[in-house]
Design a protein around this ligand. Structure first.
Ligand SMILES: [Mg+2]
Length: 126
């Protein structure tokens, strides 16, 4: 086990295929020693965050039950150092600025560009 052995990722998206694509973009060297936890809405994000204390959260915005912006606020209230990358089809600058103001570490637009994704991931985790 190397230096990646303790990395825990939380992947929150109501779309199973979006979660799958996202996980597949994680570089294999990181993925093979990482723990991936998946959830499908903002409430699950909060519950899973409390349970697993992930190193990095990938959070969709538009989801049933509780959206990603509400979950972002709740998790940042629990731990202001939480690292959360928001991932959304909403390309409006106002939405992107809002989530950054609320404490998101980064915002990526769907469909996620793999190079941009990896660069953001590596910058935040290492
Ligand atoms: Mg969604």
């Amino acid at each position: 086990m190397g230096k990646f052995s303790e990395i825990v990722f939380l992947v929150i998206d109501d779309s199973k295929i979006s979660r799958k694509w996202l996980i597949e973009m994680i570089p294999p060297k990181i993925l093979e020693h990482a723990t991936i936890i998946e959830g499908t809405n903002g409430q699950e994000a909060i519950d899973l965050y409390k349970e697993h204390q992930p190193d990095l959260v990938f959070m969709d915005i538009t989801m049933p039950i509780m959206n990603g912006i509400e979950a972002l606020q709740a998790i940042k209230a629990l731990n202001n150092d939480a690292m959360i990358i928001m991932i959304s089809a909403d390309r409006q600058k106002s939405t992107q600025e809002r989530v950054l103001t609320l404490g998101a570490s980064a915002v990526l637009a769907k469909p996620v560009n793999a190079d941009e994704f990896r660069a953001t991931l590596l910058k935040l985790v290492f």
